[in-house]
Each structure stands twice: as C-alpha cells, then as structure tokens.
Ligand binder design. Structure first.
Ligand code: ADP
Ligand code: MG
Length: 535
C-alpha cells in the first residue's frame, strides 16, 4: 500500500501542487497507473469507474515526463465534451502550478475557433481537444501532431457512443507511430476493444475495482409505478428529500426540457442541461449547479458526462438508459468522496427486466422502495420545517420589533402562533397532497376481478370455473392441468387457464363443468380448501 505521492516517483513540484489541492494519498488508479507511466513504456488501457481520479492518473506523469523546454506539441488528450475539455484543462493547470514550461491549450466545438487558433499559434506543448474540433484544426493546418509522443483517449467509451469513430481515425493517423497511447474508459464495450486493438500496441489492460462496478457507497433503489405516474413519483421523491442535490437523467433532449419545465412550473429549483442549449446557457446552468444555487439538474447523459460535481445526494433515473452500462456512469456521479449516495430508478412493470440486466453489470442488487404517500411527504416536510426554524439564526435587531409584535399577537396563544407560522410553508404541501393517491404498483399481475370476469366470454362448448387459489400459492398452469386430469377431464376438455394472485379461471368442457366442480369442492390442494364456482 502506497500512501503518499512521493513514493510513486513524482517530483516535488507536483507533490506540492496536489497536496495544496487537498489530495492526501493516491487513489487506486493513480497508485497503479502513475508508476507504470514513469518507469515503463507500453500502451495502457485503464478501466475504472467515474470519480476514481483518472485525470491525475494520466495528468501527473505526463507533466513530469514531457519536455517543458519545448513548445512542440508532445501530448494530445482527446475527450468527448467541451465541459470535460475545460475540466481536464483546469485540473492539469492546477497540477502544473509549479511546472513553468507547461503550456496547455484546450480546443473544443461551440466556441470561437479564431481565438483557439491564436492560442495554438502561440505554442502548446499539450493540447486537450474534442475530436470534432481537433479534426477541424488539423485540416486548417493549425495543429501539428507530428511530434506527439503521448496520446490520451479519455472517456473512450463515451467518445464512441457519441459517434466520434471517424474523427478518432483521422486524428490518430496524424500522430507518429511510435507514440505511447493511453486509453481511459469506464466500460469496455466491443467498440472500445476495437479501437484499442487498432490504435494501440499490445496494451496492458488494467481494471481498477471490479469492471463496471458501481461505486461502493451507492445504494440503488427502484420505484415501481405506472408509466403515466412517472412525473408525480419524481415530485414525491423530491418532496420527500428536502435537501436533495442531484441530477435527474432523462433519455432525450425533449424529455429533459419537458421535465425541467414542469418542475420549474411546479415551483422546484431545477434547470435543464442538454445539447440544444447555447453555450452561455449551459455555462450559466452549470455554474449555478456547482455552487448549489440550483438543486436539481435535469440532464441527458451526454450533457452530464464527465462533469465533476462531487457531493450529489441523489441520482435519479427518470427513465433508465437504453444501454444498461450507461447506468453505471449515471450512478457513479453520487457516492463520491466517501459519502453515501443514492441512485434511484423510476420504472414501470415492463422495465423490471432492465433492472435485472443492470444488476448483473453492477454486481449489486436494487432494493424496491415505496413511493412515499402524501402523508409521509407532509410529515417529512413538516419536520424539516421545524428543524429549519430551530436552526435559524436570530439577530439582535429583531428585539426592537418584539414589543410591537407581542402586542399585536397578544390575543393568540403560543400554540396558535406555532400553527400559523408552520402553515405559511406547510399549506402548499397539505393542499397538494390532500387527495394524493398511492402511486405504487402492487406486485403480481393486477387485474380487477370484476373486469376480468366481465371481459371474458367462454369459448363455445366451454364454461368457466373459478377456483379460489392462484399464483400467490405458487400455482402454475401445469398444476391446474394435472388437477383437472385427476378429476377425469381429458386434455381436450380443458380450454384457457388464467392465473391471478388469489384465484384461477379455468375453461372446461360445459358438459363436464358441474362434475368437475363437485369433485374439486371441499378437497384441499397445497394447503388450501378449494371452492370451485361454475360460470
Ligand atoms: P475520473 O476522471 O476518474 O472520473 P476525476 O479525475 O475527475 O475522476 O477525479 C474525481 C474527483 O476526485 C476530482 O474532484 C478530483 O479532484 C478528486 N481526486 C482525484 N484524485 C484525488 C486524490 N488522490 N485525493 C483526493 N481527491 C482526489
Ligand atoms: Mg475523467
């Protein structure tokens, strides 16, 4: 176990810089990958989940080993989004605080290219880029990659998800063959394996933690609701967590905007983040989210990718991602820095199989949580309000008004005053949740008995028998058939069989119906005294 940065072989300037950032000891990724870059030459594929400290894992050794006396571009870092470009560039600049010759230029789309060209012309020994913009700059002959000796592909899986394959091909073809290539990714889908084979020479594959595993201290819950109640369930969950600071993930830009708009309309402190917003809007939203003026960020995967906000309380999957692996990225944004995080999926009954698939990838199970009832939300909010009142700072200045207030309220008892003060905030919850229905979907096939029986006419020549036992006792169609044949009914005499939680409908030949019912009545099956009704 290495527990400081010196032991990894980093020089004193870098050690001081990271110490000032509050890094006390290397993370497992850093502990493994930093020495390899300092002491060995080979290519590396590093698989580690989000938030494990990959930026410093590749950033620190590159700063140490590059030639800082030269302004030739020696290092190229590619990553999927503009936000990540900026984040990597900020991080690396802070690590290089005491490394005088370090000159990094970040180039990304959606930003003035002329300005980026001017910066590149002044010289950059490190370039951080999004693939699209990089290709553009190569074509304009502004960036010269012929002396690059280290290529870093950060969030490689996401770059491929975003369709940057061709750009990557083009960029790599401009880098020298004898470069060193490092690939970082949270997951290893076959596309990533493909580019590792193509661009890298016998890479060493390093997996930190179990591959694809969710962060240790994240708890996973799902809420089972009808699809039409998804939004209502989201509101309840948010209302039940008054101090929530989280990201609500949606599947499309449109959904993201719709949900954010609805939340804002309903009085929540939320904003949307997706690719159709202007850069200024995105920056504004992100800065408000980072400084916690904003408590809910409603976002698409792409927009939220790589954004490093470390102390989210919740990640909410308003809709599960199409690819189960994406769930890992989403949930990996909470539970960082030793804090417990909660990752929530709001699903309908048809999506339970998705949960199963995600559980396999995570190597962890979800617990089913109940959507809080209106009453539960109200009492949670009330206690929060009480806490708030208790912890409110009381300033001296209020004293001069106290006598006026006291005389004005002299006819009110202490209890009356408390009730009124609480009601200021509390009324809207009481009002909203007054007739709030239960949003949870009960387990098992749910159809109301009445609806079922009305809906079904028997086939010609058949009659329904209703038997008072069902799936809750583990009854299967095969057992029903056996039971019927035991009563002397041939296979042809049995029609449709419909199993419900507590009863079963069996179509039997009309001629035999009464005899069968007689035989069944009063007998017992799997510990239950049977009652069979005909028709
Ligand atoms: P990744 O790229 O693996 O998702 P980052 O490199 O963005 O993760 O790091 C996640 C967070 O952890 C950042 O806020 C970073 O400053 C912090 N961090 C990285 N290494 C350390 C360390 N050794 N000690 C403390 N914090 C660290
Ligand atoms: Mg990263």
């Amino acid at each position: 176990m290495i527990d400081n940065f010196e032991e990894l072989g980093l020089n004193p300037e870098l050690v001081s810089a990271v110490t000032e950032l509050g890094f006390e000891k290397p993370t497992p990724v850093q502990e493994t990958v930093i020495p390899k870059q300092l002491d060995e030459d080979g290519d590396i594929v590093c698989l580690a989940q989000t938030g494990t400290g990959k930026t410093a894992a590749f950033g620190l050794p590159l700063i140490q080993t590059m030639n800082q006396d030269s302004l030739d571009t020696q290092v190229l870092i590619l990553c999927p989004t503009r936000e990540l470009c900026r984040q990597i560039s900020d991080d690396l600049n802070s690590y290089a605080k005491y490394s005088k010759g370090f000159k990094l230029v970040a180039v990304y789309g959606g930003s003035n290219i002329e300005q980026q060209i001017r910066s590149l012309r002044k010289g950059a020994n490190v370039i951080v880029a999004t693939p699209g913009r990089m290709v553009d700059l190569i074509e304009r002959k502004v960036a010269d990659l012929s002396l690059v000796n280290r290529l870093i592909l950060d969030e490689a899986d996401e770059m491929l998800n975003m369709g940057f394959k061709e750009e990557l091909d083009a960029i790599v073809s401009h880098c020298p063959e004898n470069r060193r290539t490092l690939l970082f990714s949270a997951t290893l889908p076959s596309e990533v394996e493909g580019i590792a084979k193509k661009y890298m020479y016998r890479p060493e594959i390093i997996t930190i933690g179990k591959r694809n595993q969710g962060a240790e201290n994240v708890k996973h819950y799902f809420y089972l609701v009808e699809a039409k109640n998804r939004y209502l369930a989201l509101k309840r969950i948010v209302d039940f967590n008054p101090h929530i600071y989280g990201i609500v993930f949606c599947r499309t830009r449109q959904e993201t905007q719709e949900i954010a708009d609805s939340l804002i309309r309903d009085g929540y402190n939320a904003e949307a983040l997706h690719g159709e917003l202007s850069q200024t809007q995105r920056d504004w939203v992100m800065s408000r989210f980072r400084n916690k003026t904003l408590s809910l960020l409603v976002a698409t995967d792409v927009a939220a990718r790589g954004i490093d906000v470390s102390d989210l309380t919740h990640v909410i999957n308003y809709n599960l991602p199409d690819e189960p692996e994406q769930y890992t990225h989403r949930s990996g944004r909470t539970g960082r820095a030793d804090k417990t995080g909660i990752s929530i999926a709001i699903i309908n009954t048809r999506e339970k199989s998705k949960i199963k698939r995600i559980e396999k990838i995570l190597g962890k199970t979800f617990a089913q949580a109940k959507v809080p009832t209106g009453k539960e939300v109200c009492s949670k909010q009330l206690f929060n309000l009480i806490d708030q009142i208790e912890n409110t700072e009381v300033k001296e200045e209020i004293n001069e008004y106290m006598s006026v207030v006291e005389s004005k309220w002299s006819y009110l008892s202490k209890e009356d005053i408390i009730r009124r003060v609480l009601s200021i905030e509390f009324n809207r919850f009481l009002e909203y949740y007054k007739h709030a229905p239960d949003l949870n979907v009960p387990e098992g096939p749910v159809k109301s008995e009445e609806k079922v029986q009305k809906a079904k006419d028997p086939e010609k020549g058949y009659t329904w028998i209703r038997l008072n036992t069902g799936t809750r006792r583990g009854i299967t169609p095969r057992q029903i058939i056996r039971l019927m044949t035991a009563c002397g009914l041939g296979k042809k005499g049995i029609g449709r069989i419909e199993l419900y939680n507590d009863f079963t409908l069996i179509e039997v030949s009309s001629r035999a119906a009464n005899t069968i019912a007689e035989q069944l009545n009063g007998s017992s099956y799997r510990g239950k005294r049977l009652v069979a009704q005909v028709g």
